[in-house]
Design a protein around this ligand. Structure first.
Ligand SMILES: [Zn+2]
Length: 285
């Protein structure tokens, strides 16, 4: 009796989860950033796409359902073929579903390091056809999209996408806008990460479009770089003074960043992530 009730409860919860949070009810929207540049939302994930008179360049597909929805919307609203698909980095929550655009004829572009990971980890997406090491400029309908690799940060294959006509930069996961870094910094690289942000600060743009959360500005890059540098140097200093991780979480003072979103929840996890990175690369004797 109890067991059958449990089964029904499990089925009911499963049904609610599917109907409330499942792909079929995903929150999706399209908003104009400027000119032919649009931002696409799928729940908490965002990408951008550029519409020109000679076709469309899309970026992170997010997942197959999201990509199918976006493909249909682009066909309906703009009546242009999709020419390029560019991945920001290999992580599955951003790169999945690329086959939807590849099968429609889009050329798939990513950083060289992304290709072997997408294949090796069997990401459910299309394998990149064009890869590059440092910089690649794509031209479509008289507009440029400049892809840059800034070194390792969040993943070893992250690129930024610069849209000069709109003075906008699409940068995913490694420059959270007015927000601390995500949890324990899985797949992250120190001290390289802040160096890559310095490179971004030298790019010519005004609008910063992240893969999560609200749109920001170029000033947000410097704020986040300062946060990461302070985080790293504070944790390193405490490690060198012989403290344990639990003691370090208490001792590190990042309070000048307390107005950043998720500060209370994720800053201690950021400390833990950096602590692990430092332990990997440090020899104290
Ligand atoms: Zn990521």
């Amino acid at each position: 009796m109890l067991r059958s009730k449990m089964v029904w409860l499990t089925l009911l919860l499963g049904f609610l989860a599917t109907s409330v949070w499942g792909q079929d009810t995903a929150k999706r929207s399209i908003s104009n950033v400027g000119g032919g540049l649009y931002r696409f939302q799928n729940n908490f994930h965002y990408s951008v796409f550029l519409v020109t008179e000679q076709g469309v360049l899309v970026t992170d597909p997010i997942n197959a359902d999201a990509a199918r929805w976006l493909k249909a919307e682009i066909a309906k609203r703009f009546k242009q073929p999709i020419r390029y698909l560019v991945y920001s980095h290999d992580h599955a929550d951003h790169s999945s579903g690329g086959e939807v655009f590849a099968e429609a004829g889009a050329i798939v572009v990513a950083h060289a390091n992304a290709k072997s990971i997408i294949k090796g980890e069997k990401r459910p997406t299309a394998i990149p056809e064009i890869t590059f090491e440092r910089q690649l400029t794509l031209e479509l309908g008289g507009q440029q999209v400049i892809l840059n690799y800034h070194g390792k940060n969040h993943s070893n294959n992250m690129i930024t996408m610069l849209f000069p006509a709109q003075r906008a930069l699409f940068a995913v996961d490694f420059i959270p806008v007015k927000t601390v870094a995500y949890k324990t910094l899985t797949d992250s690289w120190f001290p390289e990460w802040p160096h890559s942000l310095e490179q971004v600060e030298h790019l010519d743009f005004d609008i910063l479009i992240p893969g999560h959360g609200a749109i920001g500005s170029k000033a947000d890059v410097s704020v986040f770089r300062n946060y990461l540098q302070d985080l790293y140097s504070e944790v390193l200093e405490q490690v060198r003074s012989g403290k344990t991780l639990e003691q370090i979480k208490v001792a590190v003072d990042l309070s000048k960043y307390k107005t950043m979103e998720k500060f209370n929840d994720w800053a201690p996890m950021n400390v833990e992530g950096v602590y692990k990175q430092i332990q990997l690369h440090r020899r104290g004797n």
